[in-house]
Design a protein around this ligand. Structure first.
Ligand SMILES: Nc1ncnc2c1ncn2[C@@H]1O[C@H](COP(=O)(O)OP(=O)(O)OP(=O)(O)O)[C@@H](O)[C@H]1O
Ligand SMILES: [Mg+2]
Length: 365
């Protein structure tokens, strides 16, 4: 079932927690809301759930309004046919696993059906052997599985999740992420997933919505927001990398990014399309676009290794560039040491973001 908002907006007193937002989440789509703490992710999710009333804007599920202030429609959460999973699991401590999962189903009446649905839901999260236990007799990961089983037991077409994995340790989080991802697709649910972990959002989603201060900055596939961020906020929030300030110039017909007199990076003409010489840009340079060479070379940029982190399959190296005040990150299989002088080449396909207002260097100087 698809979800639509039109000019959806929320105020808490004088604070605009969500600036007017229009979007459609397609049926079966997995969409993540990411952004720094306080940017409005939970508020948006709670409005979809019916736990918070919007100031304006209808919300439609499959074309039918569940909230529309003009027509006085505001369906309560239990009538919206959604499943919800929260960070703190929110299980009833005095109920067994079975009773917790059955809780939302009780209203449907028929006992045999309840038993079947609870058993199926517990099977799909691999907890069918534990239905008589109480929450305190389960590990954190198992408790979160119960919460997931409870959310899917009512066969919702929409599932809303607010940081469901953030209370779990790293290895469990990976396991649960895969379980959630495959369950959502198998049951063909439309999912809205809140997280402040951008790598989790990129790993799980069909589309990512990057928010900041109540405003959507960019909506796109994980590849789009990583490779072509629309502004500095998105570029610095999503993925690892360095934002370099520079000037577009040309040397012997090759477009260049001039960061300083000594630091100039060749650019592909595809990337400079629409830009003029002297345009001020931000370049986002990802570690995989930087090649390290331990032998100093004329062609590359010179720098000194600052830190070396072993990541298992490779090293991540931070390099302070000579001739400007910036540091770049690179991945390498070769072991280097802090203090080592090296040479860097940057791929010419780095993404450029034009400065707002298109000010040129002369105008800002
Ligand atoms: N009930 C409320 N009353 C007043 N202000 C609120 C209320 N709920 C949220 N806010 C404010 O609205 C803004 C958005 O909050 P929200 O909980 O949506 O952020 P978030 O993106 O989920 O952050 P986090 O990552 O920390 O969970 C914040 O400034 C918050 O203080
Ligand atoms: Mg939140």
């Amino acid at each position: 079932m698809d979800i639509q908002f039109r000019q959806l907006e929320k105020w808490f007193g004088t604070l605009q927690a969500l600036k007017p937002l229009s979007m459609t989440i397609q049926s079966g789509e997995f969409v993540s809301l990411v952004g720094p703490s306080g940017c409005g992710k939970t508020t948006l999710l709670r409005m979809i759930a019916g736990l918070e009333d919007p100031a304006a804007g209808p919300i439609l599920f499959g074309g039918t309004p569940v909230f529309d202030s003009e027509n006085h429609i505001n369906k309560p959460p239990q009538k919206r046919k959604i499943g919800m999973v929260f960070q703190d699991f929110a299980l009833w401590p005095h109920m067994t696993v079975f009773e917790n999962v059955a809780y939302g189903l009780k209203a449907t009446g028929r006992k045999r059906e309840v038993k079947e649905k609870v058993t199926d839901a517990l099977k799909s999260v691999q907890l069918d052997a534990h239905h008589e236990r109480y929450p305190h007799q389960l590990s954190g990961g198992q408790q979160q599985r119960v919460a997931i089983a409870r959310a899917i037991a009512t066969d919702p077409e929409i599932i809303l999740m607010d940081e469901p994995l953030s209370a779990l340790d790293a290895s469990l989080r990976d396991e649960m992420r895969i379980l959630l991802q495959s369950l959502v697709k198998k049951l063909n649910m439309t999912a809205v997933y809140v997280t402040h972990d951008q790598s989790e959002a990129m790993a799980m989603s069909d589309r990512v919505v990057v928010m900041n201060a109540g405003e959507v900055q960019q909506t796109g596939t994980p590849e789009e927001i990583y490779q072509r961020p629309v502004n500095d906020t998105v570029a610095s929030f999503i993925g690892k990398g360095t934002l370099l300030d520079g000037l577009v110039t040309e040397v012997e017909e090759v477009p260049m990014l001039k960061v300083s007199t000594e630091v100039q990076i060749p650019l592909s003409s595809k990337k400079t399309k629409g830009l003029k010489p002297h345009d001020w840009v931000h370049a986002i340079i990802r570690p995989e676009q930087v090649k390290l060479d331990t032998k100093p070379s004329e062609a590359g940029l010179a720098g000194v290794v600052e830190t070396v982190s072993f990541l298992g399959e490779r090293y991540e190296v931070s390099v302070k560039l000579h001739g400007c005040n910036e540091r770049l990150f690179a991945y390498t299989h070769e072991k280097t040491a802090p203090g080592q002088e090296i040479s860097l080449t940057v791929r010419n396909t780095i993404h450029l973001i034009q400065h707002k207002g298109g000010l040129t260097h002369e105008e800002t100087a």
